[in-house]
Design a protein around this ligand. Structure first.
Ligand SMILES: Cc1cc2nc3c(=O)[nH]c(=O)nc-3n(C[C@H](O)[C@H](O)[C@H](O)COP(=O)(O)O)c2cc1C
Length: 151
C-alpha cells in the first residue's frame, strides 16, 4: 500500500482508495459479493482489498485520469508484493452493485478489482482442472504493442 501511495497521478490527486479486509468479519463481507468461482483465489488470502477510485476533481468536475492513475497504484502494489515475496491476484469477477451496498461505497467512487494478497499456495491444493491451467502466463511480443509514429 505504501508503494501505491507513491504512484504518480494527474494533478497529484491520488484518486485511489483501498477498502481493506483483514479480519475474519471483514473478509466474510467480501465473500458476499465475490463470484463463487473466484472465491478459490480469495477465501484463503490473509488480506483482500477492493480498489476504488474517486471520480471527481477538487472542484467537482470529472477527473478523466482517475482510472488510469488507480491502475498505476494497483500495479505498484503488485510489484512491491512480488519484491516482498508475496503474491497478488486481481479479481474482476464480483458483483459491483452488491459490493457497493455491502461496503457503503458512495457514488462518486468507481469500483475496480478485488485484490487478493498473500503467500503463493501450492499448485497441489487446487482442483485438478485448475492445476493443469496454473502455469505461468506468457505475453504477446512487445512489437505487437508498440505503434511507431502513428496508427
Ligand atoms: C482487472 C483484472 C481483473 C481480473 N479478474 C480476474 C478474475 O475475475 N478471475 C481470475 O481468475 N483472474 C482474474 N485476473 C487475473 C488475470 O486473468 C491474469 O492477471 C492474466 O491472465 C495474466 O496472468 P498473470 O497475471 O498470471 O501473468 C484479473 C486481472 C486483472 C488485472
Amino acid at each position: 500500500m505504501e508503494a501505491a501511495r507513491w504512484a504518480p497521478s494527474s494533478s497529484n490527486l491520488q484518486p485511489w482508495r483501498f477498502i481493506v479486509a483483514k479480519t475474519e468479519e471483514q473478509k466474510l463481507k467480501f465473500q458476499e459479493f465475490i463470484k463463487p468461482n473466484n472465491r478459490l483465489w480469495t477465501d484463503r488470502a490473509p488480506v483482500l482489498a477492493l480498489i476504488a477510485s474517486h471520480k471527481l476533481r477538487q472542484d467537482g468536475q470529472p477527473n478523466g485520469a482517475h482510472a488510469f492513475d488507480t491502475g498505476a497504484a494497483w500495479a505498484s502494489i503488485a510489484l512491491q508484493a512480488h519484491l516482498l515475496g508475496l503474491a497478488t491476484r486481481a479479481v474482476g469477477g464480483y458483483d459491483k452493485d452488491k459490493a457497493r451496498q455491502v461496503l457503503n461505497v458512495p457514488d462518486e467512487y468507481e469500483l475496480h478489482a478485488v485484490i487478493a494478497l498473500g503467500y503463493r499456495g501450492s499448485r497441489d491444493a487446487l482442483p485438478e482442472e485448475l492445476r493443469e491451467r496454473e502455469e505461468p502466463n506468457g505475453r504477446r511480443p512487445l512489437t505487437d504493442s508498440i505503434i511507431e509514429g502513428s496508427f
